[in-house]
Design a protein around this ligand. Structure first.
Ligand SMILES: O=C(O)c1ccccc1N[C@@H]1O[C@H](COP(=O)(O)O)[C@@H](O)[C@H]1O
Length: 525
């Protein structure tokens, strides 16, 4: 950056401070450039998503006149406004943005003027990590050194900001290509035609026009509009940045063909963030489950302990949705994988394809983890589903059994390591115990590891309160968590009451005399 005799502008001041901050980080034991480079070589950076394709999808994409996509910013404070939202919890804010349809979450990581940090960015990434089709994470920074791009990748960013106004052409090109080498297409920020030419010269696929002049803070909403012509017919996403306050601002950009808008302050100050976003972008309401609304037809029945073809067939004919084989030799209903295989084949040959209506709606792309798992399951598999139940068997045995017995799901009843789920090729159900006056395990509601949970209720009716809390508070407000209730040991009338009040996704019954009558009763509820 060129030095001048005049008082430095805010951009020059921030640049100078960030250059010092980077030197401190680089010379701190544990975070030297060599350390970061080793961490990258060890593949310790979390997986990436590609920002440009993600930016092209938003809740209005399927309609004939799609609205711009949203880059929603986490911005506690700014040099021009001072404090904006100092007490906002960044993880909650990010999840709200994601569930409201944001394609990108921009996180200011600069500490002095914006009160941000890499820790904020990590929390944002963690909060949205398990969502299907999660938004991309942008490190919104004053990037002047490759070191900051390494940091960004290691702390969970999918893309970084490069501000043309503060970089020589040589630095800009080097940083742009370095970011690409780590798999991240950067957002290149410009403020005038000269800077736009420099960004286009890079071959940038994502250019943001900042309506705010970073030297004098002046916001001119026409800045983006004046540069639109320069990118017409080009294969890139043009984004309008700064000063966007209401739907009228976005409408103008939409008509001009701007594909995305970045909004910070207005979102951080919004009272009802989801509503504000819908109105701002003229998006359709994103469907969430209303109070008591079901996302499926009726309680499913899972029966555990199937050992013969005749049992499997009569259960299927009675309407059982999930058949479970027990592969634990300690159990009296144990079957060997070779014995389950022909039963699976018979059931698979007879079952119908999933109904088209079960397919996941595009508006539900950003549903919370467990609900989305259920949506995928019902859209992908025909019923009855075939489950293998395991209790501390070796991983290799589980993998072998999935293949031999053609299982749709695996149920883990022991304390198998959570990392195993990544190596089991079908969705995993994990069993937990829920007991009266005992806080349920936090693992039950932790998204991203198991796909479904089966809750073994100890204490009959009296533990139902705990169960109720898991179902209602388990995921995100407004979303009831789908759970499988282990019903064996609960007498039939109590079970019927529990199903009526709790509306679990499924109940799990042991195969024993009289189970067919219970299946019929549950299916008839
Ligand atoms: O907002 C500032 O004061 C500022 C100062 C220096 C560099 C960037 C600044 N803000 C940027 O503003 C947008 C978001 O704008 P808004 O909050 O929606 O008006 C974003 O690009 C920030 O990085």
């Amino acid at each position: 950056m060129s030095t001048s005799e005049k008082k430095p502008t805010i951009l020059e001041t921030i640049y100078a401070q960030r250059a010092k901050d980077v030197e401190v980080a680089k010379s701190t034991p544990g975070t030297t450039p060599e350390d970061l480079s080793t961490l990258l070589q060890m593949n310790l950076a979390p997986p990436l998503i590609q920002v440009v394709p993600r930016l092209k999808r938003n809740p209005s994409t399927s309609s004939s006149s799609s609205s711009p996509s949203l880059m929603a910013e986490i911005k506690r404070a700014s040099p021009s406004k001072g404090p904006i939202a100092m007490t906002t919890n960044v993880a909650q804010q990010a999840l709200t943005y994601a569930l409201s349809g944001a394609s990108v979450i921009s996180v200011l990581t600069e500490p002095t003027w914006f009160k941000g940090s890499l820790f904020d960015m990590r929390l944002v990434r963690q909060a949205i990590d398990a969502l299907p089709d999660r938004p991309a994470v942008l490190r919104k920074e004053f990037i002047l050194d490759e070191y900051q791009i390494m940091e960004a990748r290691l702390w969970g960013a999918d893309t970084v900001l490069l501000i043309v106004a503060m970089l020589s052409q040589e630095r800009l090109e080097t940083l742009y290509h370095y970011s690409l080498s780590l798999g991240m297409e950067p957002l290149v920020e410009v403020n005038n035609a000269d800077e736009m030419r420099r960004a286009l010269g890079l071959g940038s696929k994502m250019i943001g026009v900042n309506n705010r002049n970073l030297h004098n803070f002046e916001v001119d909403m026409g800045t983006t509009s004046r540069l639109v012509e320069m990118v017409k017919e080009r294969d890139l996403v043009l984004c309008a940045l700064s000063g966007i306050k209401g739907p009228e601002d976005v409408r103008v950009y939409k008509e001009e063909g701007v594909k995305a808008v970045l909004v910070g302050e207005a979102l951080m100050r919004a009272e009802d963030t989801g509503k504000f976003i819908r109105e701002l972008l003229d998006w359709p309401e994103i469907k969430t489950q209303g109070e008591g609304e079901k996302n499926r037809e009726r309680t499913w029945v899972k029966v555990t302990g199937v050992r013969s073809e005749s049992e499997a067939i009569s259960l299927t004919e009675t309407g059982t949705d999930i058949l479970s084989f027990v592969f634990d030799p300690q159990e009296k209903t144990y079957v060997k994988p070779e014995e389950a295989a022909p039963i699976s084949s018979k059931i698979r040959a007879a079952r119908l394809s999933p109904s088209a209506s079960a397919a996941v709606s595009p508006y539900l792309r950003s549903t919370p983890w467990f609900t989305a798992q259920l949506g995928t399951l019902t859209a992908t598999y025909a019923r009855p589903l075939l489950v293998g139940v395991f209790n501390k068997q070796p991983l290799a045995y589980i993998q072998h059994t999935v293949a031999i017995s053609q299982l749709d799901l695996v149920q883990l009843n022991g304390d198998e390591p959570s990392g195993w789920t990544a190596h089991i090729p079908v969705p995993v159900i994990r069993q937990f115990t829920v007991a009266k006056n005992e806080s349920p395990s936090q693992e039950i509601t932790r998204p991203g590891v198991h796909s479904f949970c089966l809750l073994d209720v100890q204490g009959g009716r009296e533990a139902v309160g705990e169960l109720q809390r898991v179902v209602e508070k388990g995921e995100v407000p407004g979303w009831r968590m789908p759970v499988i209730l282990r019903a064996s040991g609960i007498e039939e009338e109590a079970l019927v009451d529990i199903i009526r009040s709790l509306d679990p996704w499924a109940v799990d019954l042991d195969l024993e005399i009289g189970v067919l009558d219970v299946v019929k009763r549950v299916k008839g509820l």
